[in-house]
Design a protein around this ligand. Structure first.
Ligand SMILES: [Zn+2]
Length: 431
């Protein structure tokens, strides 16, 4: 072994020895510190647990539009005023609940950008963000409530609502840079919502479904939980929904939504939905005996339930909707019976979901998710239908609800058991 090699070997030996000694020191210190580590961990767990229990549930209520943005215009009113009226009534109900911290994005007729509204929710660490709006349609006939969660619109009607609500962005200067190239008026801009992961979606749908159920109980037509690309929902980091209370373009609904009675009723319905949502939230977080239960009882009493018909089949879109359809078949059957009038000339609207050369078993893959499917035979085909409504709007709603599962479904009409042209049927119903 030459001297050079000896030196290099020795260096290596010394380095390894040093490493070992260092390792022993570190592990010795580790063992010494271990109990302290556990203590700190235990204390921080305890502190975070107790602070989580003390933390109030934060609800941010956003009255849509305001100031120089009136929102949709009715014959006698502006959307921004209806939204604010209901938001304030809702905040009054919530402020009485000591478990809640309630924040309104606006308390007066003030303009806020969509980003500012989402920022208020995020700055307050909202647990739930409720945006309140009023719908509008070219047809004065359209009526009823819809609740939206964030997602890609599956129908043009839903996309139109999002485009209208997002259009306030255009009132801002430099909106292209502020909103990262998002153009509220371009259909292409909405593709982004297809690929977006929303970790709050389940909770948002849960709350939205409850809102629809309670609005329905309070006399609003339940037009279902829907999805579309609303910027304000996209920017908030919590479960969030946008409620379209009803149509300002429908004279009757406009009157109702402008009345003190109507605004209180809408606020009460949203609050009842909230209490149910909060009860589930508490249960999940190990707080089963929250005072929400008590509030629920008192609120249900004052809710002045008009109808117990929960209209479950129309509360959600896509797969979730189909699942709910399964669990609420009794309701559907009852509804169908209710809606079939004894009058012979009364048109019945149905949804044709598929046609087949051979008769299908109710347990077949195509049909097993829907109970009470009916069929008629025409042109050598068994044509399967779902739903039976005298109200055309309801069958349109059912079609929208089932659009994910049966995108090809279309509406047909029968009078006195005979298939009739839908236009002719509508003429007979006076629509
Ligand atoms: Zn609006």
């Amino acid at each position: 072994m030459n001297r050079k090699k000896f030196i290099s070997n020795k260096k290596q030996f010394d380095a390894e020895k040093e490493k070992k000694v260092l390792g022993m020191k570190i592990s010795f210190q580790k063992y010494l510190l271990l109990p302290y580590g556990f203590l700190i961990l235990f204390l921080s767990f305890f502190v975070s647990l107790s602070s989580a229990q003390d933390k109030k549930f934060v609800v941010v209520i956003d009255a849509g539009h305001g100031g120089h943005d009136p929102g949709a215009m009715g014959k006698i009113s502006r959307e921004k005023d209806i939204n604010l009226g209901v938001a304030i009534e809702l905040s009054k109900l919530m402020e009485d609940n000591k478990e809640l911290k309630v924040v309104l994005t606006r308390k007066t007729d003030k303009y806020l950008t969509l980003q500012e509204r989402a920022d208020i929710a995020n700055d307050n660490h909202a647990d739930l963000f409720i945006c309140i709006h009023t719908n509008s349609s070219k047809s004065a006939m359209a009526y009823g409530a819809e609740t939206y969660t964030l997602g890609l619109a599956k129908t043009n009607a839903n996309l139109e609502v999002a485009m209208r609500e997002n259009s306030v962005i255009l009132l801002e200067e430099n909106y292209q840079t502020k909103y990262q190239g998002f153009d509220p008026a371009s259909v292409d801009s909405y593709i982004m919502f297809e690929f977006m992961q929303d970790k709050y979606l389940d909770k948002s749908i849960e709350f939205a479904s409850l809102v629809q159920r309670h609005l329905d109980r309070n006399g609003r037509l339940d037009r279902g939980v829907r999805q579309a690309g609303f910027w304000v929902l996209h920017r908030s980091a919590c479960p969030s929904t946008l409620i379209e209370l009803g149509f300002i373009s429908n004279p009757e609904e406009e009157l109702f939504l402008n009345s003190e009675y109507g605004q209180k009723k809408m606020a009460q319905a949203i609050y009842s939905a909230f209490l149910e949502f909060k009860k589930e939230h508490d249960k999940r977080n190990g707080k089963p005996n929250s005072s929400s239960t008590l509030n629920q009882i008192s609120s249900n009493k004052s809710e002045d339930v008009i109808s117990e018909n929960q209209n479950n089949y129309s509360t959600s879109e896509g797969q979730k909707k189909i699942e709910e359809t399964n669990t609420s078949n009794n309701t559907i059957e009852e509804k169908q019976k209710e809606n079939i009038s004894p009058s012979d000339q009364q048109p019945i609207f149905k949804l044709q979901i598929l046609a087949s050369k051979k008769k299908l078993s109710p347990q077949s893959n195509e049909l097993k998710e829907l109970k009470s499917v009916d069929y008629y035979f025409e042109d050598g085909l068994y044509k399967y239908t779902f739903g039976a409504e005298t109200d055309y709007n309801k069958i349109v709603q059912l079609k929208n609800d089932l659009s994910a599962k049966f995108p090809q479904a279309f509406i047909i009409a029968f009078i006195n058991g005979k298939k009739t042209d839908v236009k002719e049927a509508l003429r007979l119903t006076g629509k």
